[in-house]
Design a protein around this ligand. Sequence first.
Ligand SMILES: Nc1ncnc2c1ncn2[C@@H]1O[C@H](COP(=O)(O)OP(=O)(O)OP(=O)(O)O)[C@@H](O)[C@H]1O
Length: 359
Amino acid sequence: MADQHFDGIKIRNLYKIFGSNAAAHVEAVRNGLSKAELNETFGHVLGLKDINIEMPSGCIQVIMGLSGSGKSTLIRHINRLIDPTAGEVLVNGVDVVKMNELELREFRRHQTAMVFQKFALLPHRNVLDNTLYGLEVQGIERAKAVDVAMCWIERVGLKGFESKYPNQLSGGMQQRVGLARALANDAPVLLMDEAYSALDPLIRTDMQTVLLDLQKEIRKTIVFITHDLDEALRLGDQIAILRDGEVIQQGTSQDIVLRPADDYVANFVKEVNRGRVVQVEAVMVPPRADFSPNGTTIPAGTTIEDAMRVIAKGPDGDVAVVGRGGKLIGVVNLRQLAGAMVNSHGAVSQHDASLARAL
Ligand SMILES: Nc1ncnc2c1ncn2[C@@H]1O[C@H](COP(=O)(O)OP(=O)(O)OP(=O)(O)O)[C@@H](O)[C@H]1O
C-alpha cells in the first residue's frame, strides 16, 4: 500500500528543449521566444515550458492535451527517462534530476511503476510470470513473489487466467495484467501513459472503473496521461491541460468544465456531459427563510445528473443539499439543475437534452 508519509510529486520551473544546444535557449524561451520561433530560427524544439504542477500524494493527476502538446515528455521526466533542460522534479522531496545512476536505478525500481499503452507484456511469459516480473528483478524469492502476484491478479479480475499467455487474452485483459504487474511492485507512484487509449470504448470505461475502485484503497500517486477529455474528467482528482508544451489550465474537473481558461479549453469541454461532472454545490442556493424540507436530501458531492434522478422522483420544489453530519448547506430544484446542464455556448449536449426530456 502507498507510503503514508509519501510527499507526492512537485514539478517546478521545468523546461525541455530538444536540440544540440538546448541550454543556450532557455533564457530566450523564458523571456517569451515562442515554440515556432525557436524552431524556425534555431532549429530547436520546445518540448516543455515552465511547468509547475504539485501532485499531492494519493491523488490521480491527469495530464491532458492534443498530440504534440508535451504529455509524454512531461511524464518521462518523472522517472527521468528524459533529462530536463532546466527545472526540478521532486518525488517525495527528492529531486530526481540530481540523482546519480545508482540512486536513479533504485528510485525507478522501488518508487515508480509504469503502465503502457501497448501493454508491454512479455509474450513467452504467462499472466503470473508477467505479473511477478518486477519482483523477480528485485530478487524477491519466488514463493513470496507468487503470493503477491496472485493477490493482484485477483484484484484486477483475472483470477483463473494465471497460466494464460498474452496472445490468449483480449486487449482489456492484457491491460489488466499490465496494471497487476505495476501494482505488484508496490511503488507509491504509478505512471500511466495513454494506458487505456488502445482499448475499445466499453473496455476502456471498465478499466477506468477498475482503476477508480482500486485507488480508493491503494491511494497511490497516479499520473495519468490522456488526450481524451471524458477520461480526464472521470479519473482526475486534478487535471493539467497542456498546449504547445505549456500548462494552460490546472484544476478539478469542475473547474475546467465550469471555467475553461481560454477558447482552446472551451472547445474541449463544449460537448462534455456537464451533468456527470458538475456537483450540486456549484448550483445550489441558500434556503429561503420559509424553506421546509420535503423529506428528500441530496448529499454534497452528488453530480447534477444523479441529483436530477433523485429529485425527479419526489414532489416539486426546493430540496435540501446536506453536508457532513446532515447539515443543511443549500437547496436546489429541478429547474436550477437543468439550467446548469446548459453549457456556456447556450446549447445543451445531446446526452443532456435527452436526459432532461426523460425527466
Ligand atoms: N526526442 C525528440 N526530439 C525532438 N523533438 C521531440 C522529441 N520528443 C518529443 N519532441 C517534440 O516535443 C513536443 C512534445 O511531444 P510529446 O511526444 O511529448 O507530445 P504528446 O503530447 O505526448 O503527443 P502524443 O499524444 O502524440 O504522444 C512535440 O513537438 C514533439 O515533436
